[in-house]
Design a protein around this ligand. Structure first.
Ligand code: NAG
Ligand code: NAG
Ligand code: NAG
Ligand code: NAG
Length: 385
């Protein structure tokens, strides 16, 4: 519209110049009209520039919006519709395929508070024991997920889902992992003795467990190579990132590579639990419409009281020999963990966050409570040998 006005003005000036009488007058006026013509051209150029700038800014310049304000609302909105109410924050579809015993209950508690505060849909599936699905189940689940009102955050213990395989809009993934032996120990004792939430918690989780399994010494389990303490069951974190392909659950290089690739290509952030506060800080910066204010909530006394309930009762630390056997069996898991941690530290550096050197604790204290859900207060063990 603006461009047209400019051209019309030029035309008028040109005609005006032609209609003048008298030679000398004509010469002067011709000069004037040339100058006018130049003026018109530069005006046109200015409009072109303005239009380019408009497109670069993704909307009308502030000046036009002010103009629109004074001339009523009919000029811009009629053509383009309401801008502000239609635009969704980006990304508006987030999937957190939470890894078991990696602080996920802490995060879900935080998410419940955040969903209300920041106005997004939170779907937290309570299916804990089904991480791999048939092709049909995969498709159903992905169709379900993508029909949740946006912006949404969907979370479940489930191995990576390939949305593009079923031609569904891909969400953005986030996740948190931790030192593989710490995770293993946490799970080992959680299955047997539950957490602080209630005495009977473990009975609910593992009702069929016989006493000789429940009270199985962890060193025996590791050194005698019971299934629970051997591969493929020690190959646990990688499949969450590799995906639903059967080979993703076979301990090996293929699954490791695929998991690394997916971290690079499909995950906005994979944090490590040992640096939980920095994970939360980065989430707050990267996806503020979901995580805005999360660090304040996490540090608040009210939340501390809630979060206090989720630490696993940690009965026993394995012997050094058992730990060494375990870390050998978890070779791939450790390589993946180191890879994720390095990537996480790169992201942290980009945001100007430093990483303090982690103390490598291998204390053999018996009967201590594992403070897995409250790493802000206690240093988490790092078992890497
Ligand atoms: C998962 O747990 C539910 C009960 O919580 C049980 O009914 C179901 O059989 C379990 N599924 C698997 C595959 O273990
Ligand atoms: C998908 O949603 C429907 C209705 O909400 C539900 O009945 C179904 O079980 C869901 N399927 C999956 C795989 O979650
Ligand atoms: C998803 O599935 C498609 C088609 O089967 C495949 O080409 C692609 O590599 C898969 N992506 C991931 C991340 O596995
Ligand atoms: C956390 O729980 C422990 C054990 O139940 C209790 O002794 C402690 O007082 C609790 N701390 C807070 C801050 O609630």
């Amino acid at each position: 519209m603006a461009k047209h006005t400019g051209i019309n003005n030029c035309h008028k000036t040109y005609i005006r110049g032609k209609n003048r009488r008298g030679n000398w007058l004509a010469v002067i006026l011709l000069r004037v009209s040339r100058r006018d013509f130049g003026l018109c051209l530069s005006t046109l150029l200015l409009f072109c520039l303005g239009s380019v700038l408009w497109q670069l800014n993704g909307g009308p310049p502030q000046l036009l919006l002010h103009v629109r304000y004074y001339f009523g609302k009919s000029t811009f909105l009629d053509d383009h519709g309401p801008l502000a109410s239609r635009a969704l924050p980006f990304p508006s579809q987030v999937v957190y395929n939470r890894v078991g015993k990696c602080g996920s209950r802490t995060i879900v508690l935080l998410l419940r508070i955040l969903a209300e505060r920041n106005q997004f849909t939170l779907i937290s599936s309570d299916i804990h024991n089904k991480t791999r699905l048939s092709k049909h189940e995969q498709m159903n689940l992905m169709v379900n997920i993508s029909s949740v009102p946006q912006p949404f955050l969907y979370t479940r213990h489930v191995h990576f889902l390939n949305f593009t395989r079923f031609h569904i809009d891909e969400p953005v993934y986030i996740n948190i992992i931790r030192d593989p032996i710490s995770r293993f120990l946490s799970n080992y004792f959680f299955r047997r003795f539950g957490d602080w939430r209630g005495e009977e918690n473990h009975v609910v989780r593992t009702p069929g467990m016989k006493d000789d399994e429940r009270y199985l010494d962890i060193n025996t389990c590791i050194l005698e190579g019971h299934p629970e303490c051997s591969n493929p069951r020690l190959f646990y974190i990688i499949p969450y990132f590799c995906g639903q392909h059967p080979q993703c659950r076979e301990p090996g290089l293929w699954a490791l590579q695929k998991a690394k690739e997916n971290v690079m290509e499909h995950y906005l952030l994979v944090g490590v639990l040992e640096e939980l506060e920095d994970v939360l800080l980065l989430l707050e910066r990267l996806v503020p419409h979901f995580f805005s204010d999360v660090l304040n909530i996490y540090r608040s006394p009210d939340y501390r009281k809630l979060g206090n309930m989720t630490g696993t009762v940690h009965k026993q630390t394995p012997s050094l020999e058992a730990l060494q056997v375990l870390s050998q069996r978890m070779d791939y898991e450790y390589e993946f963990y180191r890879f994720v941690k390095a990537q996480f530290h790169i992201t942290k550096r980009k945001f100007g966050l430093r990483t303090k050197p982690q103390p490598q604790r291998q204390s053999a204290s018996l009967h201590h409570r594992e403070e897995q859900e409250e790493p802000g207060e206690t240093v988490l063990e790092n078992w890497e040998v």
